[in-house]
Design a protein. Structure first.
Lengths: 404, 404
């Protein structure tokens, strides 16, 4: 008897019909003799609706109350999924994050999972029932308050729960067929990947491939739980994310991310400690820094550029302006019209010249590169926002090739 | 420093504006130096929306999951109310039924409160904060599952919590000005009562006066907590429900209830045990019986009529038909087009002839009486549904008189 965790996102649960559809799939898996734990997000766009209500009430809603509010979303979907499964005469019990023993830090809105004590879920499975668990939410054992895990939290719940319960696979059902070599909306010839390694998926996720969040991949790596990203609308195989794959192509995929902004602190005196002076207060202010580039010094003066989520740009500018005054820099520039283009592939490790090919392809496509950052299996370039389509298409054609 | 529990219903919380309005009222009470506990229902008609979703999913949703689903409603409103109060710089913390220590039986959908262990609420008040508690919901200490108290549950939460915490008054805010001598939609000259005794209120509630549910009045009686039923839209005094009142008029009010149906088991052999044979299986099937009338026997054969909530009529008919076969009765009649008219007044205890006056007034108004049931301070008659308006108006005019 296999043990499967199945996670369904908001789009797969948007209305009664889709919920019945999810139940049918769960019931099939259960009837095939598997232990099934179902992890659910809130229905459709209902979380956005709750956030909208909160903004009507308060400009700065208390994070504890915000979590109390948002966790109503999964509560609704999990109860409905349980009812839909029971309509097939298969016993099902729903559990909140707290009931499922998802213990987290007390950081409301971005809690980290500390431990999973899934006694009740295990007992429910032992009784031959299907367990439905609310994604995205947990409870802080210290404050006894309900918490949420932040963006992508339901995927993290699913993979962490799969690890805690010893499941053989975590299936992430979504509205696309799997992980693609590039965003099919940008590159129509992009093709679905059958397999991708954990580290490749991690880089792709960090580079903006929205299908799976980085933190759920991290749980997959840590506990070696294979993740199957697949469509909730048909039975076809999706993409397996796992430790090793059959083939290791040089480039697995091209990702892009238009949600970042670039800040430049100009005219920075080039002396020890200035980088720390800039980035320590950013960290204190909760700003997430992605790429950092420091230009070579000219006459003891340099520029430091970095990217941050656009949503944090205003905070980052305020911090940067205060720092700039302290360190005698000449000013701060904000550029929100940028795009980060990334190529990812584990084969890159043993292959030289990939970066050079990438820069050549972009140059031939008339795309100017503003920042560059690399890791062993990834190269990212910041380009103008307008160049996104041209850059992704050219890189996909030149490094991966069209679907056969 | 006084200690007040304030309960707000769905209409008072229907949108962001009304929630802000509720917050303003709570903040005023808090700033006046009172300890305030706020009990909330779900926003507007949101509970109906959730029930509608459940019926789309399943004809017979599991009661545990139904409770899980419905409790999302108060979760949303309580978090929003807390945010709205904090927007006034008054600290506020929301608690689910479980967090507030509302321990109940495990009877999903109609749980009874067993005990209230409001440690967290008390601690919150001791810290000078306002506590917001979800009405209608609790937790079963045995099953550890979330439960709901059924219809009128939020009022019951409020009064029980007021008792457990030792509050001096429980204020029930509603969309009407208080308790009236009759439903103002039926009798425009009906007037608001300043005071009404617990027992009168209990009879009025059971007779269909929807403003306050019987079970919350029962808590008021048991713990002697004065209940102030008042409008959430203005500051005027409403109706005080308490142990004794300044005046004891013969008739306090006229109530009517069109939500019941009448069943008649016909041709019942008049022998010992037939009543038990009819009503024991009704109890087993969870049917709530209200009035029972057994006609005098003619030639050893009688009819037994009784009223049940219309929603349970189908179940009741099925049970009655099976019983009728067992006891050799000739058949079962169902009549859904009835109305129960009730006059209530503590003064009736020491006054004779009230019943006779009631019957005379109805007769003069051309209203036929189908069933009669009385208690020390109440007389109820079942009449045709079409006669409701005429009966209530005539009784109000004849027994209470128009507003001065």
């Amino acid at each position: 008897m296999a043990f499967v965790v199945q996670k369904f996102g908001g789009t797969s649960l948007a209305d009664a019909d889709r919920i019945r559809n999810v139940a049918r799939r769960v019931v099939e898996t259960h009837r095939a003799g598997n232990n099934v734990v179902v992890v659910v997000s809130a229905m459709g766009k209902s979380t956005d609706g709750l956030i909208e209500l909160a903004t009507q009430i308060s400009d700065t809603p208390h994070p504890r109350e915000m979590d109390m509010l948002l966790t109503a979303g999964e509560r609704i979907s999990m109860a409905l999924v349980a009812m839909a499964i029971e309509a097939h005469d298969v016993p099902a019990v729903s559990f909140t994050g707290s009931q499922a023993g998802i213990l987290t830090t007390a950081d409301h809105g971005r809690a980290e999972i500390l431990d999973i004590r899934a006694f009740r879920v295990r007992e429910c499975l032992d009784e031959g029932k299907v367990a439905i668990v609310a994604g995205f939410q947990g409870v802080s054992p210290d404050s006894k308050d309900v918490t949420t895990l932040g963006r992508g939290g339901s995927d993290a719940t699913a993979v962490a729960l799969a690890a805690a319960l010893g499941a053989s696979v975590c299936e992430i059902y979504t509205d696309v067929d799997g992980v693609f070599t590039a965003d099919p909306r940008v590159v129509p010839s992009a093709r679905k990947l059958d397999e991708v390694t954990f580290t490749e998926m991690l880089e792709l996720a960090n580079a903006g491939a929205g299908v799976l969040m980085a933190r759920s991949v991290e749980f997959g790596i840590r506990y070696n739980i294979p993740i199957h990203v697949r469509s909730s609308f048909h039975d076809g195989e999706g993409t397996w994310v796992k430790e090793e794959t059959m083939e290791e192509p040089i480039i697995r995929g091209v990702a892009h991310d238009e949600s970042e902004a670039k800040l430049t602190v100009k005219g920075v005196p080039d002396r020890p400690g200035v980088a720390a002076a800039v980035f320590e207060p950013m960290g204190d202010a909760g700003v997430n820094i992605d790429m950092i580039v420091q230009n070579v010094s000219s006459e003891g003066i340099t520029d430091i550029s970095f990217t941050v989520p656009e949503a944090q740009a205003a905070t980052a500018v305020a911090v940067a302006q205060s720092v700039a005054a302290d360190i005698d820099a000449t000013g701060v520039d904000l550029d929100t019209d940028i795009s980060k283009i990334t190529v990812v592939g584990a084969g890159m490790k043993s292959e030289s010249g990939v970066a050079a090919s990438m820069f050549r392809i972009l140059s031939d496509a008339g795309v100017n590169i503003e920042m560059i950052s690399t890791s062993t299996i990834r190269i990212s370039c910041v380009v103008r926002g307008d160049d996104t389509q041209a850059a992704v298409e050219a890189l996909h054609r030149g490094l991966i090739g069209d679907a056969s």
